[in-house]
Design a binder for this molecule. Structure first.
Ligand code: 8Y7
Length: 277
């Protein structure tokens, strides 16, 4: 079993599951007035998540929610880079950058980001080349279709087999570029071209993906699958989100991508205490 993951200049201990805190720097999240204000607010939020126990801060400047509008590369870079730079410089934080843009990947790694989190699994032209020469860890997420239409009619014959086959294909593509499994993270991509049934099957059988000997990341926080189960809007999905994160941990996920860091940490500590007994 993998116990530590090299993430650029950082070593991430994965003997127990860790929390990755979500830091959105999209205009819908920090819209009010000006670049400085936006960076400042993002940093304050990141600081809080780190104090609450997040081991990773995942910085994203392009909304990948279903139906979200595309953002220009320049705009994405302008939003993300100052935040990455400040988090590394001021907090020596392990920063993950959520992007599919090769140019931003290369720049983020140069600025000290330790993880590149790509919901398109480095399939864009130039993406693998952008990260191959670094020692950043690389999160490869499965998505069926593209964000705008992916939730319209997700279809699988066997979702576990198909996501697994995708992982195998992407791992091989990385190997061909000289990137070993020891730099990789796999993520089934909850909600990315998946029905509620598909998402539940994946959560139940998450341990199937451990056969690749690569840490598994799960992002369930506040997602619409929880909205469907609970019949609740996004602001009322905290307990559902924490419950889902705990189930993912129980089923082998080593990195939990969440908005509510403190609450998720409490749940993980209870689980860990029972395990350690
Ligand atoms: C995920 C993600 C989002 C996820 C990984 C949201 C950027 C949608 N979800 N990255 N990003 N896994 N690796 O609801 O599940 O947070 S955005």
């Amino acid at each position: 079993m993998i116990s530590t993951l090299r993430c650029g200049k950082y070593q991430l201990d994965l003997t127990a599951p860790v929390v990755m805190g979500v830091l959105n720097v999209t205009p819908d999240s920090f819209s009010d007035g000006g670049q400085f204000n936006r960076v400042d607010k993002a940093l304050a939020h990141a600081r809080q998540m780190l104090m609450d126990g997040a081991k990773i801060v995942d910085v994203g400047g392009e909304s990948t929610r279903p139906g979200a509008a595309a953002v220009s590369l320049q705009e994405e870079m302008d939003r993300v880079c100052p935040v990455v730079e400040a988090l590394v410089a001021e907090h020596n934080a392990l920063v993950s950058v959520d992007t599919s843009s090769p140019k931003l990947m290369a720049e983020a790694v140069r600025l000290g980001a330790g993880i590149v989190n790509d919901v398109r699994a480095f399939q864009r032209e130039g993406a693998i080349e952008a990260v191959a020469g670094s020692d950043a860890a690389l999160c490869m997420m499965h998505m069926q279709g593209q964000p705008v239409f992916m939730q319209q009619a997700p279809l699988y014959e066997n979702v576990i087999e198909e996501v697994g086959a995708f992982f195998e294909m992407r791992i091989r593509a990385m190997w061909q570029a000289g990137i070993p499994s020891s730099r990789l993270i796999l993520d089934p991509g909850f909600g990315f071209g998946k029905s509620l049934g598909h998402n539940l099957t994946i959560l139940r059988q998450l341990a199937d993906f451990l056969k690749f000997n690569v840490p598994v990341l799960a992002g369930l926080s506040r997602k619409s699958m929880l909205g469907l189960i609970l019949d609740k809007p996004v602001e009322e999905r905290l307990i559902g989100s924490v419950s889902a994160a705990l189930l993912a941990a129980q089923n082998g996920a080593k990195i939990l991508r969440v908005h509510d860091v403190a609450e998720t940490m409490d749940a993980l500590k209870v689980w860990q205490a029972v395990l350690d007994r």
